[in-house]
Design a protein around this ligand. Structure first.
Ligand code: SF4
Length: 376
């Protein structure tokens, strides 16, 4: 784990989750379903929580959505999922919370944007109602947005578009719209933008909970943002969620895609196993597995991992040496290298982190200085 000093913050309880005050940096996410559709929303919240989201936010924008929030909570409870739900409110939040007390109770936190609480003279009154509801139901409120991620080009474009409309809104409103849009992004742009911005803040010890705002492909997997958030925290040494697969980036020494396929397969396998391993094998989330592309540089890197394999590069003998805790234990060959290596990983996990492996696990861990190349 890293020794980045964290900023001192006051601890807030959101359902059973603790934010700040020295608690681990929490991963959160947000649904993109219509909250009025309780079935689909509960299913997506469940998937996000299963992927590792420790808090999930849902939009509460209409009376129908507010009415369904308690139903969503009930469905989740029935599935054994206790992830805290956060309600995201804009403009009519004061009204919805006052008129739907079951919704106000079922949510673990209210999220508001001060710019979207109300306009003119009504703003303070509506804001006061929101705070009154939060006090009545003893719920924390998240206020505000992150101005640091504002895309200036996007802001200029939105300002121009706004100026051309029949009824332009004020510049503050446009800036807030730009902020919301530039928080997110598709594919690698979204990942790079979010991790670059959050990485800097986390390195400064700022941030008690993070969300990676990714715009999913149509029909894409919403849980990707949870995985990216976990990988960011794990790469920075702030938390451990699942074993890390270290794969070399590949070069002219290996022209086949075998090692990339194996690295991906192992990563997927480890993630799937973590649903059971988390309870059964404590500490397994700190494991490092190396999958290298040739036997020239591969063994050196493999030795630093808990378990590592070097696949044969171009023109090399079709053999794959395996290192366990820095020692070469076996050389795999033939068509079933991937399956056999997966089996070795499974045996290593059982022997090291399982009941019988307690003594080994409790030994002081060998300090591993692993140069991270490509974490797939
Ligand atoms: S381990 Fe081998 S294949 Fe992979 S990048 Fe290094 S030299 Fe290239």
């Amino acid at each position: 784990m890293t020794n980045i000093p964290r900023h001192k913050t006051r601890q807030v309880r959101v359902g059973h989750a603790l934010i700040g005050g020295g608690a681990p940096v929490l991963v959160q996410s947000m649904t993109n379903t219509d909250t009025a559709d309780a079935g689909r929303t509960a299913a997506q919240v469940f998937e996000l929580a299963r992927a590792g989201s420790e808090i999930v936010r849902v939009t509460v924008n209409t009376a129908e959505a507010a009415a369904q929030v308690p139903r969503i909570r009930e469905r989740l409870d029935a599935m054994g999922c206790d992830v805290p739900l956060v309600g995201d409110f804009h403009f009519n939040g004061h009204k919805l919370l006052a008129e739907y007390p079951d919704c106000a109770r079922a949510l673990a936190k209210y999220r508001i944007n001060p710019g979207n609480v109300g306009r003119g003279a009504k703003r303070d009154e509506q804001f006061a109602t929101l705070i009154e509801m939060a006090c009545r139901y003893d719920k924390p409120v998240r206020i505000g947005v992150n101005w640091g991620s504002l895309d200036q080009e996007l802001l200029a474009r939105l300002m121009d578009e706004n100026a051309r409309t029949a009824e332009p809104v004020d510049s503050d409103t446009v800036t807030r719209q730009a902020l919301v849009v530039s928080e997110a992004g598709m594919g690698t742009k979204g990942i790079v933008a979010s991790t670059a911005a959050l990485g800097v803040l986390l390195q400064e010890g700022i941030g008690d909970t993070i969300r990676i705002s990714l715009t999913p492909e149509p029909g894409g997997d919403r849980t990707r943002e949870v995985m990216v958030a976990q990988e960011l925290l794990q790469t920075m040494g702030l938390r451990s969620f699942s074993p890390m697969v270290i794969a070399c980036p590949g070069c002219g020494r290996t022209t086949s895609t075998t090692f990339q396929e194996l690295a991906e397969k192992i990563q997927r396998y480890l993630r799937e196993q973590m649903l059971q391993w988390r309870e059964r094998y404590p500490g397994v989330e700190d494991m490092h597995v190396a999958v290298m592309g040739c036997v020239v540089n591969g063994p050196g890197e493999s030795k630093h991992a808990n378990i590592g394999i070097s696949l044969p590069g171009s023109g090399e003998r079709p053999v794959a040496p395996v290192y366990v805790d820095g020692i070469k234990t076996v050389t795999l060959k033939g068509e079933r290298i991937a399956e056999e290596f997966q089996q070795l990983v499974e045996e290593y996990v059982r022997a090291t982190y399982g009941e019988g492996g307690r003594l080994r696990r409790d030994e002081p861990q060998k300090k591993r200085n692993i140069p991270i190349k490509t974490a797939v």
